[in-house]
Design a protein around this ligand. Structure first.
Ligand code: ADP
Ligand code: ADP
Length: 223
């Protein structure tokens, strides 16, 4: 079963008078349950590709279908709803809400999806236990190490059992032993059928993926 399909995606950024090409005709095909790493030098379109595939960003031309939805053809509202329901996100900077505790951060996507508070709390607590943070549930992000904050972010990304998980440099802010632990946890938690797309500079991280997509100058390098 196909989970992510993109054909001839073109994307420019407009900065003042300048038009910066970021994607120059990218096609990708990712199957359900695959763990794919997008690699390549800085500034070559990796994050842009991920953002266009997940519907965070719009495209200039081409086609993006995720989980059966034509992402590029949805309204902003429908795209946002599709993301919330079917996708999980992990970022380099963790993007946790600083005034909320770990468990409050994790339950947020469930509450946004109208899961009842008691049920959301139960599931968030269980998810924190799975990432090894049961004893940190009531700490705020500022009271946690970087590795712990990323575990909270992973719990938040997975708590809604998304079809696709997008992770943009999830280990970029972590030292190498913490990064290894985080990617192992990520691999273990997503092995149950999630489709995972990760952007990374780190060959050791990419080595954990089933497949690597190499980007250079806004294009996928043919294998
Ligand atoms: P990578 O993830 O490989 O580092 P990006 O996708 O971030 O690359 O960037 C691809 C190109 O698009 C680069 O030339 C970058 O400078 C440009 N770019 C990325 N985001 C923006 C933006 N918001 N506005 C203008 N240019 C951007
Ligand atoms: P890691 O090995 O994951 O990098 P650290 O050595 O940074 O962990 O942190 C060790 C312990 O100190 C952790 O249990 C963490 O909860 C706690 N800790 C880290 N930073 C802070 C902080 N700013 N305030 C309170 N506790 C902290």
């Amino acid at each position: 079963q196909r989970m992510v399909y993109a054909a001839n995606v073109v994307k420019h950024y407009h900065t003042g008078e300048l038009e910066v090409p970021a994607l120059r005709g990218v096609s990708v095909d990712i199957w359900a349950g695959e763990f794919v790493a997008i690699m390549g030098p800085s500034g070559n379109g990796k994050s842009t590709l991920m953002n266009c595939l997940s519907g965070i960003d719009t495209i200039d031309s081409g086609l993006v279908i995720v989980d059966g939805y034509e992402i590029h053809a949805l309204s902003d509202k429908a795209r946002t709803a599709h993301r919330a329901k079917r996708m999980g996100f992990v970022f380099q900077g963790f993007n946790l809400i600083p005034v909320l505790t770990a468990v409050e951060n994790v339950e947020l996507p469930l509450l946004a999806a109208s899961v009842k508070p008691a049920e959301a709390r139960r599931r968030a607590v269980a998810m924190l236990a799975r990432v090894g943070l049961d004893d940190r549930a009531h700490h705020r992000p500022g009271e946690l190490s970087g590795g712990q904050q990323q575990r909270v972010a992973i719990a938040r990304a997975l708590v809604g059992n998304p079809a696709v998980v997008w992770a943009d440099e999830p280990t970029g802010n972590l030292d190498s032993s913490t990064a290894t632990a985080i990617v192992e946890l990520f691999v273990e938690l997503t092995a149950g059928g999630h489709t995972v797309v990760i952007v990374t500079h780190d060959p050791a991280i990419a080595a954990r993926a089933h497949r690597v997509i190499d980007m250079v100058d806004g294009r996928v390098v043919p294998v």
